[in-house]
Write a protein that binds this ligand. Structure first.
Ligand SMILES: [Zn+2]
Length: 325
């Protein structure tokens, strides 16, 4: 079988390298000791997670490693567990956990984007869930200070409205990275690559709260590993291509006003505004068409349903044709 973390051949569960990243080498089985949340066991879930956080329709649960097994917990959580979301309005929801796992793995393995450690896991009753390790928790349990870009730009429900996290641009995030991050140039290139990546994989939900800075031991700020990456268009087909504008008035650009979507020149313009060297920006963009086949191979190896695999690949090929030289 293949590893539930990185898709490499393995006897069972997770390979050694994924065990190291996710569980500090502890041999954690890829099947949980409890069932997925459903109407007859909600009490069990509520007892163990008094502070359920609902971001959109996705429920998240906290887990902690206790005696080599993962358990639901209220505090001192080390992992976040995302089961199949309980919505009837979205499409292909049974594939949501694997969509996120696959997209995170493509980001890391094919494009070298630093991501939160993650994997697929199953409940006792067979339902899948996405599991990710919290990067803000230090080995001794204390937490790194972390702020997302809604916080950093002082946007809340009260100052703006319900859609506050969609109100902004990637240029704005980039300019703040420049201001706060000591090693700004590499951080900006990383950020730019992530913005292009999200476009290519059709992640239309990369909003202000899906990018964060954290303060490391030296007191400096750095961009956190990437998280919440998935091909959201699989579940919300009518969603716009990006959660935020690339930059102010980008819709007036020649390319956008001609085609109605972003093309290579819009991403190059964003890079220019962030003072990323033109050649380097072009090289970042060109990585995506150059790896199109490899992306397809990853998708085929994944645990997605055949139908969703086809959709995933066809969306990628559309997006790549838009940014190709
Ligand atoms: Zn692995």
């Amino acid at each position: 079988m293949i590893c539930n973390g990185c898709y490499k051949e393995v006897k069972e569960g997770y390979c050694l390298s994924c065990r190291k990243k996710l569980f500090d080498k502890v041999n954690v089985p890829s099947i949980l000791l409890f069932d997925a949340p459903k109407s007859n066991n909600l009490q069990f879930y509520q007892e163990h997670s008094k502070r359920l956080s609902i971001s959109g329709v996705q429920l998240k649960y906290s887990l902690r490693l206790e005696n080599n097994r993962l358990e639901l917990c209220e505090n001192k959580s080390q992992y976040i567990l995302k089961p199949v979301p309980p919505s009837k309005q979205l499409e292909e929801l049974n594939d949501a956990p694997e969509n996120e796992h696959l997209t995170m793995q493509i980001a890391e393995q094919l494009f070298g984007i630093e991501t939160a450690a993650n994997g697929l896991i199953h409940f006792k009753d067979g339902f899948p869930a996405y599991i990710t390790r919290r990067f803000d928790v230090q080995p001794d349990g204390s937490k790194y200070m972390q702020e997302d870009f809604a916080q950093l730009t002082n946007r809340t429900k009260d100052t703006h409205d319900e859609s506050f996290k969609y109100d902004g641009s990637y240029e704005e995030i980039g300019l703040l990275i420049k201001r706060f991050v000591a090693a700004a140039a590499p951080a900006l290139e990383r950020f730019f690559k992530l913005v292009v990546f999200n476009y290519i994989v059709s992640n239309g939900d990369a909003h202000l709260k899906n990018f964060s800075l954290m303060r490391i031991d030296t007191g400096e700020y750095k961009l956190t590993p990437a998280y919440d990456l998935m091909s959201t268009v699989i579940h919300t087909p009518l969603e716009s291509d990006t959660a935020l504008d690339l930059y102010k008035d980008d819709a007036d650009s020649d390319f956008y006003s001609t085609y109605g979507y972003y093309g290579r020149e819009n991403f190059m313009e964003l890079a220019g505004r962030l003072r990323i060297v033109e050649k380097r920006a072009a090289r970042i963009i060109d990585q995506f068409p150059a790896n199109q086949k490899q992306i397809g191979a990853f998708v085929h190896r994944s645990f997605l349903s055949e139908e969703v695999k086809e959709k995933y690949i066809s969306n990628i090929s559309d997006k790549i044709s838009r940014i190709r030289q």
